[in-house]
Write a protein that binds this ligand. Structure first.
Ligand code: DMJ
Length: 670
């Protein structure tokens, strides 16, 4: 049934045991004397004064308690361990406690080399071009006016195989590989961004020529709108202006205290055509969104969700309110870059203008410091103030030359004092490294495909993935991306890694090797199986793939600590790219299944959706009572775009999505 949860049951009554200590017992007769020797003597005297029966009873009680303790330790051990791991897997814990995961490394199987020769991906259905874009209709005053007609679909035969120099991490300026051959759309090339800072222009959405007729929405898109409205109802009623809805307790949680869900959802409402909701949220931004607050925010999270959300809403709506707010938060985040190395700290106090690393380390997370570039670069372009771009370009420049990479794969931590990678030897495309790879490609696209170092690092990294991290599972022979820890391959894959098929497809669409598209097709199948092979049809946070055939075993294995689902977007995001670029309807069908399962297992009748603790139990998926802001910012937005046949609804030759699904314009020549 659709509606699964009702309000939380009242807390159970508690019983109390009261214990009274006589003053004498509490402090000892004759005044306070707490010396160890005195205490030892006094206890021994009391023990001697007891009868033999009393002593036996006490000894028996001690023995009994010891047995109970052993039994309860073994039975609560697992949930406790899983709880600890959950905390570690929580993105917030990630942000707050870098290093924790390393302190608790996965138990790795016997060393196995990733098969470097997995180029022969499963046979895939041939690419069908999508139908010509139908004319789009929708709420007229929220229409994104198209810029130009879509350029003809790229002919895969024009894709250029780019040579990759593996094993050479540090290269001098002179030896930079020329990727010119890969740049196939000359009309998108631009001046280097720093040369073209100027007064903010009209946002790209309103510079248009031909406004097209709106397209009627199809049933699946209507279902997404219904889901969004349901989520919004809960947020509006119980969490308005707060960071996240707690749909079961009908309350909210604060992270930064900046209306995170509302800001993350602004451009989704615009794209879905939800005019009333958008206007109401806009009023809140105008009257109640205040950044002058004594609050610590995470640089990465506030950049991708708040700065990114405001910038994209500015571009879609043309409303300068959002640009003003973007400038304000952008300026307040700048103190993060005042570090000895210029590699930013993880946290900034946006009211005080101070920044700091987490309490226990001076490290930052690699994905965090390398996934704020699209937003800060765009802010420079719009404001004419170079400082934003300079700060984030400096980070990329340093990371480009650092040692410690493994065939383009980066470690997970970087030190803000030394500017060097730390905790070397662990390589993943999941948490703490994921969007580094995504932003290499996307910055290259944003800047008009001119910044060769970015492309070079991206191409090399994908070769690194192929060489070290790809394996096939059993029995279905699914290609998956595992992890490498000090030379040991682990068949573990985070759901977060499912951004990769979409990114690979985007690269291929932009002229990179057709081989990337083949890999994308294989990997999106795997990501879909991470849903399809699970009891609820929803993916867990982490899976382990089976490398050996075992009777009755599926490809996907799930550890108790990993079986939660946070309503994450990555698979739906990749399905959207795959459908856009291939037109293969199976991707829409897979997304539709996923939406239905979200409705079945995560929807709360009184409003909102909740993350769940157990994707393996359809009877009780164990709601966690939290709706993450990215469910509205990303998951539902990508669903809506996936079900659309209008390639001009966020045209991927005009916009590039940041890692929180906020579309930013691709720079075009002045
Ligand atoms: C989002 O904040 C972003 O997509 C980020 O890149 C990864 N984590 C969440 C969604 O899973």
């Amino acid at each position: 049934g659709a509606a699964m949860y009702s309000a939380a049951a009242p807390p159970p009554r508690r019983d109390f045991i009261s214990v009274t200590l006589s003053p004498e017992e509490a402090v000892g007769a004759g005044g306070y004397n707490n010396s160890k020797a005195w205490r030892r003597r006094s206890c021994w005297r009391k023990w001697k004064q007891l009868s033999r029966l009393q002593r036996s009873v006490i000894l028996f009680l001690f023995a009994f308690l010891a047995v109970c303790a052993v039994i309860s330790y073994t039975s609560i051990g697992d949930p406790w361990k899983s709880l600890t791991n959950k905390a570690l897997d929580d993105p917030r814990a990630e942000a707050e406690a870098p290093g924790l995961k390393l302190a608790n490394p996965a138990v790795l199987p016997a060393p196995q080399k990733a098969d470097a020769n997995l180029g022969d991906y499963p046979k895939l259905s041939p690419q069908k071009p999508p139908k010509p874009p139908p004319v789009r209709r929708g709420p007229s005053n929220l229409q994104i006016k198209s810029l130009r007609r879509l350029k003809p679909r790229q002919d895969p035969s024009r894709a250029v195989e780019v040579p990759v120099q593996a094993n050479k991490e540090e290269k001098t300026e002179k030896s930079v590989i020329s990727w010119r051959g890969a740049v196939i759309e000359p009309d998108q090339s631009t001046e280097p961004p720093s040369n073209k800072v100027k007064e903010p222009e009209k946002p790209s959405s309103v510079e248009s020529e031909d406004q097209k007729e709106p397209v009627p929405l199809n049933d699946r898109q209507m279902a997404v709108i219904e889901a969004f409205r349901h989520a919004w109802k809960g947020y509006k009623e119980f969490a308005w202006g707060h960071d996240e809805l707690k749909p079961l307790s009908k309350s909210y949680s604060e992270w930064f205290g900046l209306g995170l869900t509302l800001i993350d959802a602004l451009d989704t409402m615009w794209i879905l055509g939800l005019k009333e909701e958008f206007e109401e949220a806009r009023k809140w931004v105008e009257n109640d969104l205040v950044f002058d607050k004594n609050v610590d925010v995470n640089l990465f999270e506030s950049t991708i969700r708040i700065l990114g959300g405001l910038l994209s809403t500015y571009h879609l709506s043309g409303d300068s309110l959002f640009l003003e707010k973007a400038k304000d938060i952008g300026n307040r985040l700048m103190p993060a870059f005042k570090t000895p190395s210029k590699i930013p700290y993880s946290d900034v106090n946006i009211g005080r203008g101070t920044a700091h690393p987490p309490r226990w380390t001076s490290d930052s997370t690699v994905a965090e410091v390398t996934s704020i570039q699209l937003e800060f670069r765009e802010l420079s372009r719009l404001t004419g103030d170079e400082k934003f771009q300079k700060a984030v370009d400096e980070v990329m420049k340093q990371v480009h030359t650092l040692s410690g990479k493994n065939d383009g794969l980066v470690p997970m931590f970087i030190n803000t004092n030394s500017g060097q990678f730390t905790h070397l030897g662990v390589y993943t495309l999941g948490a703490r490294a994921d969007s580094y790879y995504e932003y290499l490609l996307k910055q290259w696209i944003q800047g008009g495909k001119k910044e060769n170092e970015l492309l070079e690092d991206y191409m090399r990294a994908i070769e690194g993935v192929k060489k070290h991290l790809l394996q096939r599972s059993q029995p279905k022979q699914l290609i998956f991306v595992g992890e490498l820890a000090h030379g040991h391959f682990s068949a573990k894959m985070d759901h977060l890694v499912c951004f990769l098929p979409g990114t690979l497809a985007l690269g291929a669409h932009n002229g990179l090797t057709a081989d990337h598209m083949k890999l994308a097709e294989a990997l999106i199948e795997t990501c879909y199986q991470m849903y399809a092979q699970v009891e609820t049809g929803l993916s867990p946070e982490i899976v382990h793939f089976n490398l050996h055939t075992q009777k009755g075993h599926k490809d996907v294995e799930i550890k108790p600590a990993d079986r939660h689902n946070l309503l994450r977007p990555e698979t739906v995001e990749s399905l959207f790219y795959m459908y856009r670029f291939t037109g293969d309807k199976k991707y829409q069908d897979w997304g539709w299944e996923i939406l239905q399962n979200f409705n079945k297992y995560t929807r709360v009748p009184t409003g909102g959706y909740t993350s769940i603790n157990n994707v393996q139990n359809p009877r009780n998926p164990e709601p966690r009572d939290k709706m993450e802001s990215f469910f509205l910012g990303e998951t539902l937005k990508y669903m809506f775009l996936l079900f659309s046949d209008d390639v001009d609804l966020i045209n991927l030759d005009k916009f590039v999505f940041n890692t929180e699904a906020h579309p930013l314009p691709i720079w075009v020549p002045a």
